[in-house]
Design a protein around this ligand. Sequence first.
Ligand SMILES: [Zn+2]
Ligand SMILES: [Zn+2]
Length: 103
Amino acid sequence: MKHYIVISPEVGTVIPILDDGSGPTEYGCCVVSVEANNRREALKKAINTEELSEWVNDQRSDGKNPFSGLAVIDPVCKHGTCNCDICGFQCEACMDECEPVTE
Ligand SMILES: [Zn+2]
Ligand SMILES: [Zn+2]
């Protein structure tokens, strides 16, 4: 099996600090590392994880497809190091080069 990182688009969550439930909006992405045989399977697994539950619930409550907009990234860099959360590695060669480790 391979490792994949699945990232949702940026979602805005309203932090309800006022009495009427309004407040500042916080933006962030849901990110999760999964183990799968291919990208399709990675997506399927990802939407069942805790990490992506916020995104999935959000999409479903809007009647949208939770798969739409998700990006699947291969965390293995050109040095062959897997930089996912499951492995917990971060390629030192990449860090030295200060290059993005995605794609
Ligand atoms: Zn990995
Ligand atoms: Zn690397």
